[in-house]
Design a protein around this ligand. Structure first.
Ligand SMILES: C[S@@+](CC[C@H](N)C(=O)[O-])C[C@H]1O[C@@H](n2cnc3c(N)ncnc32)[C@H](O)[C@@H]1O
Length: 196
């Protein structure tokens, strides 16, 4: 099928639009559940909560080497949820900014993982993140952009706006590591690691 005809084809050849209100409501109410581990709120596996930790370890083994974090780097995590990448990034000596549109997730993590002078938790949607950073007095660009498990919640029509934010966020030579979408090409000055 030509690329342009595959837009919105999400489930077994069926065109399915994402209902943003339903998605936002799902995330807004998720914190009301009693789940054993913070990671269960965004890694799911509610029927077998221990699998969220297994998935976390496996994804980190794959993704952290791609991120290639060095001391002094600045990293932004879009759709950070409960901030599961923050510990390793801070431990590697980088500064970290976690952005999510669901304040209750940021509340869950900010107490467990205070960032002090090494970063910030910012409540914003992906589509308006550069404005939210400016409003919070947080400088751009970043050496690394993480977008893990977000694109599947965004309609195809809104993806160009998200990609344009991504380009504004990345420094020359920066890397964006994203899971959950295929983008045919990067820009000349960025390297993107994209995988499903
Ligand atoms: C599946 S979780 C992934 C969380 C995190 N990236 C991780 O790897 O653990 C999806 C997260 O994306 C957030 N989210 C979804 N759409 C978003 C958007 N348009 N802007 C900002 N955050 C969004 C949700 O609130 C949720 O925290």
């Amino acid at each position: 099928m030509p690329e342009k005809d595959r837009r919105g084809v999400r489930v077994k050849g069926t065109r399915v639009a994402i209902d943003e209100t339903t998605v936002r409501s799902f995330f807004a109410h998720r914190h009301e559940k009693q789940l054993p581990h913070r990671l269960n709120y965004t890694n799911y596996q509610d029927a077998h909560p221990e699998l969220a930790l297994v998935r976390d370890a496996e994804e980190k083994a794959k993704i952290l080497p791609m991120l290639d974090i060095h001391p002094g780097m600045r990293v932004i995590d879009i759709g950070c949820g409960v901030g599961r990448w923050s510990t390793e990034i801070l431990a590697a000596g980088a500064d970290y900014v976690g952005v999510d549109y669901e304040q209750s997730f940021l509340d869950l993590v900010s107490e467990a993982q205070p960032l002090g002078s090494h970063g910030a938790w910012v409540c914003s949607d992906f589509q308006h993140v550069t404005q939210a950073l400016a409003d919070a007095g947080i400088a751009m660009p970043f050496d690394r952009v993480i977008i893990n498990g977000i694109f599947m919640y965004i309609n195809d029509a809104d993806i160009p706006a998200c990609l344009s934010q991504m380009d504004k966020l990345l420094s020359r030579g920066g890397h964006c590591v994203s899971q959950g979408i295929s983008i045919p090409h990067g820009t000349p000055h960025t390297r993107r690691h994209l995988f499903r």
